[in-house]
Design a protein around this ligand. Sequence first.
Ligand code: PMV
Length: 313
Amino acid sequence: MKASQGEAPGKCILFGEHAVVYGYPALAAAIEMGSFCQIAPNSQEGISWNFSNFATSLKWSITDDIPDSSFAHFLYCLQKLAQDFSIEINNLEITISSHLWSNSGLGSSASSASAFIKAINNYYSLELTLDQLNEYTLYMEGFIHGTPSGLDNSTVNYGGVIHFQKGIVRNLDKFSPIPILIVDSGIAHDTKEAIIRVKDLFTEDPNKITNIFENISSICEQGILAIKSDNLEILGALMNKNHKLLQELNLSTPKIEEIRWIGDQTGIFGSKITGAGLGGAIIAVGSPQSLDLFQDKLNHQKIPSILTWIKPN
Ligand code: PMV
């Protein structure tokens, strides 16, 4: 067997996080940063797993009992692939790494999972279809997030910008690349916790929260029009509106608001939480000049950020 690789992008959510869990639409985009997996034959018995970002090396074989580990979903998926495709899996060296900030809403878990499945697919020539790749990625995501909407795995696998609702994915095409600044609030977030908090609010006052979700849904549909007409000013204004609704769901933090305030001083068009909130990343759109200025100001405060482009697939 020859060594094989797999890679997958990360993602950011332009509009519709949380509402998407309740069946409303969301708009998300693949980003240039991503994850990588290398698989090589191992001279030793068993499977060596290296999770580079976590400086963790493990040794599990395919027949091991399911271990109690935050990396166990990689083994579960390998066991499932071995069963589904009747392949014998042994003596592998698997290395997984990611350039994405973890627990920040940039899809590091879905991206690493997709890169891993692609590398297995290449190593054993499984000829997985894109839809199968996406199903196995969602299977892995289930162990991390409980009941994921399917948005993260669909974005990292189908790429470009996607409109997602209840598992149906539509790629947006024919729009000009959008400059975007992704900022790290420095606070790792817990997606499960954020989802539970929103669920509690929903149980307390279903009418109020349904109204918020409906507004987010309308913003999402307007966002598609803004992207298709290359209108970044409207796109930014819509991000501000979506962010305000996420604030009403108690998902923002003082640090996020401080970062957005710095952005507002530089003439950007808008910014918002991307992903579950309670920390994690913030995205901003504006002219390339205003985003450069925003990034300069963040650099002075040692706040990490990445200037990138969102493009059609
Ligand atoms: O894990 P994150 O931060 O990318 O959040 C995912 C987006 C949610 O809508 C909060 C959850 C989901 O499954 O769609």
